[in-house]
Design a protein around this ligand. Structure first.
Ligand code: 5GP
Ligand code: MG
Ligand code: MG
Length: 181
């Protein structure tokens, strides 16, 4: 199925049925991994909102849920940088932390989140991401424990992910159609 957002064309690559199935499985893994513990799930806004909501319905252990909000921008010296718009409001010291992301692309945003979280001396930190672009990641992470789907280096929208603010409410995930493929 093809759609147009702000004059860009996208085609569907993952439908909501697949997302639900995958989310159920990740939920089972989390329930096993954190049985008898009380992890803190930290969602990175805005992109994570749909995934977080669906994932948390599959988590049947006692847990806390919180959010942070980051924005990436071109900082000085043309470096991609990340700015904190909403910071952490709870202490993570000694806690089991699970960071919930929509997508890991370059990994710059995740690196920033991990630095922020680690500074609070949690007992453990795991990362759960709906999407991962393995060929785009520019850092070596050793704690990306839960991945919904690995995708190619395409720009995607839907299920929380936007293109210029649009497309977040689509239940399925679409990739940009580029002429050279
Ligand atoms: P990073 O490059 O730091 O891993 O990704 C930073 C942020 O850029 C992600 O959290 C996400 O909000 C956005 N992003 C990365 N890749 C995509 C993509 O393919 N589609 C959309 N809509 N956003 C993306
Ligand atoms: Mg994100
Ligand atoms: Mg965005």
């Amino acid at each position: 199925m093809k759609i147009t957002i702000n004059q860009k064309s996208f085609e569907r690559i993952i439908d909501y049925h697949q997302i639900k199935k995958r989310t159920r499985l990740i939920g089972i893994q989390l329930n096993v991994a954190y049985e008898n513990q009380q992890p803190v799930f930290i969602g990175v806004l805005n992109g994570c909102f749909m995934f977080m909501a669906d994932l948390m319905k599959q988590v049947h252990i006692g847990c806390e849920v919180s959010f942070i909000k980051l924005a990436s921008y071109k900082g000085s010296e043309r470096r991609e940088d990340v700015k904190e718009l909403i910071g952490l409001e709870i202490s993570l010291e000694g806690r089991e932390v699970v960071i919930v992301e929509d997508i890991i692309d370059s990994g710059n945003s995740l690196k920033h989140t991990l630095d922020l979280v680690s500074a609070q001396k949690p007992a453990s930190v795991a990362v759960c991401t709906l999407l991962l672009k393995p060929h785009a990641v520019q850092h070596s992470f050793d704690n990306i424990a839960y991945v919904g789907f690995e995708i190619a280096n395409d720009f995607v929208v839907g299920y929380g992910l936007d293109y210029h603010g649009m497309g977040r409410t689509l239940p399925d995930i679409y990739r940009e159609i580029t002429i050279d493929r």
